[in-house]
Design a binder for this molecule. Sequence first.
Ligand code: AMP
Length: 197
Amino acid sequence: MTRLLIVGPQGSGKGTQGVRIAEAFGIPAVSTGDVFRAAVAEGSDLGQQVKTVIEAGDLVSDELTSAVVRDRLSQPDAQGGFLLDGYPRNVSQVMHLDEFLEGREEGLDAVIELSVPRDESISRLTLRAQEQGRTDDTEEVIANRLGIYERETAPILGVYGTRGIVVQIDGVGSLDEITARIVAALEARGIARDAAA
Ligand code: AMP
């Protein structure tokens, strides 16, 4: 039973590494960004509520986001563990998640902090904008999202840091190298793939 969170600035590769690590541990990767983008693409009620916020690179409200996550983590496939990507994204969401997990007598085993220099993030995001055409990957929106990361999301690492569960990973290198770094760092903390399931 492994419960993980991956945190990093936009363009750090956290989405890609999150999926790889979740696969390695046999747990679902739960990305709030993916949930919101899928809702927008479907044109569902949720999608209509979040579309303009996402396109501006701002944060969806804590209440709505936390409700989406509680719902997702209550599904059967998340009972044996999960990897969260993109949530919590501020200290208030950390408190929402704490309350939810405490109610289930659960907690996070580790918080993976993926670090990349700011100019590397920007160049990766610019490339992704060309390849995937994400509406929130324009230069202005990228700057907004990175600013929000520094102001609102980075402080959650301080909170988890005091709990001693942050695992710092250098996010520069090939995809395989970085995945191997994360797996090794988790194993060094006794969080092994064999213990998953
Ligand atoms: P991401 O793919 O994680 O960068 O998320 C894309 C967008 O979805 C963000 O820029 C926000 O607008 C929204 N979003 C994702 N996760 C959250 C969250 N935990 N809280 C608020 N908004 C979020």
